[in-house]
Write a protein that binds this ligand. Structure first.
Ligand code: AKB
Length: 337
């Protein structure tokens, strides 16, 4: 059997590196990567080709490839996007739009649905105030779709664009033979934590930054209040969820957008665990009002019942397993503590 051609954009980012490693481990894929940056050593030998540069300007290059699957990970994350809003819109929306057009074109022309896997985010939600956030607790996909950030607006809109290109593009009349459409699947991630890489430009970054700092014995001033609560997930679970969604038969999917959840904890619960694990940890609080506002607008937790029912999603790591069986052993190896 020939290898499936896969495009991974944003391959140098945290999710990108972990995904490329997992695809290579699985085998059966010819991996093409794309990013502004050259590939880091962690994945250098794993991609058949790397296209370096701005996706929006490089898009013509990709019309020469016969992609079966596109993982479009390239994005400007929430904190960074709030500082450079127009640039974020260009990266997050125009880049996605260009790739969706390419996938839609290829699907119709060659009669083979290109799978388009899109990581969306809890940033697609927007809670009006803390009282509402606390009262709402766990939110479903259709609740509170009123994002407060450029990044959240971009993610929510791109979900809609994906559904448009996947279902309605061309507006064929019911009597006409429907064309083959691209197969769009989005997953709304919580804050992600890897033991191997650090995020940059996000607002859930206080979780991983605090833990990595503690493991290295570095001081860390957390930019949100101790009681700040959102959901988080171990990076291996994020990769597992994307591959499960990719593998799910189309008939089993009742939606194009799925929440996934693992554990919801406060900043202070992170701190407590970090302090218990690393004697030299020195974690203080210095809330940044803008970043605090962003995290306060995100729900405390999300309901992933739809993913559990449609494609049997189940995370491997709850909060205890995350620390005991993934993060602490790996981070101790990494920093030698
Ligand atoms: C961010 O903080 O912007 C991201 C996200 C929650 O999507 N990690």
């Amino acid at each position: 059997m020939t290898d499936k051609q896969v495009l991974v954009t944003g391959a140098c980012g945290e999710i990108g590196q972990a995904l490329v490693q997992e695809l290579a481990k699985r085998g059966g894929y010819r991996i093409v990567t794309a990013d502004f940056m050259p590939l880091p050593d962690s994945i250098k030998g794993l991609a058949a080709e790397h296209v370096q540069g701005d996706l929006v300007y490089k898009i013509k290059t990709f019309y020469d490839y016969d992609f079966d699957i596109i993982f479009h990970l390239a994005a400007s994350l929430s904190s960074k996007a709030e500082i450079a809003t127009e640039e974020a819109h260009r990266i997050n929306v125009e880049g996605t739009m260009q790739l969706l057009m390419l996938a839609a074109y290829r699907s119709e022309k060659y009669g083979k649905a290109v799978k388009f896997i899109f990581p969306s985010s809890i940033a697609a939600y927007g809670m009006p105030n803390l009282e509402t956030k606390r009262a709402a607790g766990v939110v479903k996909e259709e609740d509170w779709n009123t994002p407060h950030t450029m990044y959240g607006c971009n993610k929510l809109y791109c979900e809609k664009l994906g559904m448009y290109y996947g279902q309605y593009y061309g507006q064929k009349h019911l009597d006409e033979k429907p064309p083959v459409m691209l197969d769009f699947r989005a997953i709304r991630f919580p804050g992600l934590i890897s033991a191997f890489t650090l995020p940059s430009g996000g607002t859930s970054d206080y979780g991983p930054e605090m833990l990595h700092a503690a493991a290295q014995g570095k001081d860390y001033a957390c930019f949100v209040r101790p009681d700040t609560k959102i959901s988080f997930m171990a990076m291996p679970d994020a990769i597992k969820s994307m591959l499960m969604l990719m593998d799910a038969p189309r008939e089993s999917l009742t939606s194009s957008v799925y929440n996934v959840a693992a554990f919801a904890i406060t900043a202070d619960e992170f701190r407590e665990r970090a302090v218990n694990a690393f004697a030299n940890a020195n974690i203080t609080y210095d809330p940044n009002p803008r970043r605090q506002g962003i995290v306060d607008s995100w729900p405390e937790d999300v309901d992933d019942a739809r993913a559990r029912s449609d494609w049997k999603w189940l995370p491997d790591y709850d909060v205890d397993r995350f620390f005991e069986e993934y993060f602490l052993p790996e981070i101790r190896k990494r920093y030698g503590k």
